[in-house]
Design a protein around this ligand. Structure first.
Ligand code: PLP
Length: 405
């Protein structure tokens, strides 16, 4: 008789964004024609840059021609893309990462959730609170956590690192030593960043204790301040203790195209065993390579024109972030993030809970955001807005907040 993986039963309720979608649908059904402004889910709205669409068209034509057609892509990615990544995202920043340490994939969500497979089931994970839920849920599914404690809103046997106003929304080094440490900076949902010396402390801690840092840099392209590292490999010794994830989703609007990559330095070990060959094996067995046309599109992001166009696109989103942040501040709200990230993390008004504030914004102003508590108990009393909407909608949302709120 077949049985299920009972770890899945530990997962509470539905996924945060499904709950939000359900509430918004119910509201729309009751209020047909309501002009809802969506600043909730972190999806981009700007179209692909011209350099990318040009590369896509060219690659599609190649695929339609017998002489240039491509079948399965190499499991780990085409050299043209791995070389472009190594050159632009690492060498140009003084980081020592070679193309064969870069594993091209269909995005950071898959990589962040799959990476745990190459680690021991007894390894203890540490995550920030609030947190991008994928890190925790993928470990729950694998059986690396205990049961969910509904009162605490936490899984047993997981080290949670509160990121609060008092800590500047960055985690403090935990007393208990974790085996695997998930860090994400610039952060989703708080928009906080770690400065170079802060991240260096984590690298030193991990090296000293034999921990591995799983560093999600999906929002790296939004960094606008000088002393914020773009890669964990800018820290001394990170090759000995860190794996890094990056994504083309938010950098270049690839959420619908799907492209990302993971970096595993060749000498990186866990308990004396090398991780690089395990990920080669895992990738080779379970993944058949990102599509050729998408990898060519990714390569175009690193062309001279592509870099200029991507920078303009990101600057546009950061301008939205500034409009939202400044508007909220002038309406009297306490606001964080939005400078090196597309996320604005605000304190809810009048001591409302995160979900009360969600309902209040939806019903009174037809604005959709994301309740901070959905990312963990330390997010209670906070609310996330994204800068990924259009300029017009960012302005309209703030106008509504100022006039109705
Ligand atoms: N990591 C973080 C922190 C994210 O917020 C997201 C998407 O919202 C992802 C990874 C997923 O990126 P991708 O679209 O490359 O799967």
């Amino acid at each position: 008789m077949a049985t299920i993986n009972r770890n899945y039963l530990k997962l509470p309720g539905s996924y945060l964004f499904s709950t939000i979608a359900k509430k918004v649908n119910e509201y729309s059904e009751k209020n047909p024609g309501a002009d809802i402004i969506r600043l909730g889910i972190g999806d981009v709205t700007k179209p692909l840059i011209p350099e990318v669409t040009k590369a896509l068209h060219k690659a599609v034509d190649e695929m339609g021609n017998a002489g240039t057609f491509k079948g399965y892509a190499p499991d780990l990615g085409y050299d043209f893309l791995r070389n472009a990544i190594a050159e632009n995202d690492y060498k140009a920043r003084g980081c020592d990462i070679s193309p064969d340490e870069i594993f091209v994939s269909d995005g950071a969500k898959s990589d962040c959730s799959n990476i745990q497979e190459i680690f021991g089931l007894d390894d203890k994970i540490a995550v920030c609170d609030p947190v991008y839920p994928v890190y925790v849920d993928s470990n729950v599914m694998a059986g690396r956590t205990g049961d969910y404690d509904a009162d605490l809103q936490r899984f047993k046997d997981v080290i949670y690192m509160p990121c609060t106003k008092e800590t500047g929304f960055v985690p403090e080094i935990p007393k208990e030593i974790p085996d695997l440490i998930y860090l994400c900076f610039p952060n989703n949902p708080t928009g906080a960043v770690m400065k170079q010396e802060q991240l260096q402390e984590w690298v030193d801690f991990a090296r000293k204790n034999g921990s591995i840092i799983l560093y999600d840099a999906a929002y790296e392209a939004f960094i606008s301040e000088m002393d914020v590292p773009h890669s964990i490999y800018e820290c001394e010794g990170a090759r000995e203790c860190a794996i890094e994830f990056k994504s083309f989703s938010k950098t270049a609007g690839f959420t619908g195209l799907r492209l990302g990559y993971t970096v595993i330095p060749k000498e990186l070990t866990a308990g004396g065993d090398r991780l690089w060959p395990l990920w080669v094996r895992r990738h080779g067995t379970k993944y058949n390579g990102a599509p050729y046309i998408v990898q060519r599109a990714g390569e175009a992001v690193y062309s001279d024109e592509g870099k200029v166009q991507v920078r303009e696109q990101i600057a546009g989103y950061l301008e939205n972030a500034a409009i939202i942040s400044e508007g909220l501040k002038s309406a009297g709200y306490e606001v964080y993030g939005g400078v090196n990230a597309p996320y604005i993390w605000m304190k809810t008004g009048d001591g409302m809970t995160s979900w009360e504030f969600f309902d209040y914004l939806l019903e009174k102003m037809q604005i959709v955001g994301t309740p901070g508590s959905g990312f963990g108990p330390a997010g209670e009393g906070y609310f996330r807005l994204t800068a990924f909407g259009t300029r017009q909608n960012s302005i309209r949302a703030i106008d509504r907040l100022k006039t109705i709120g």
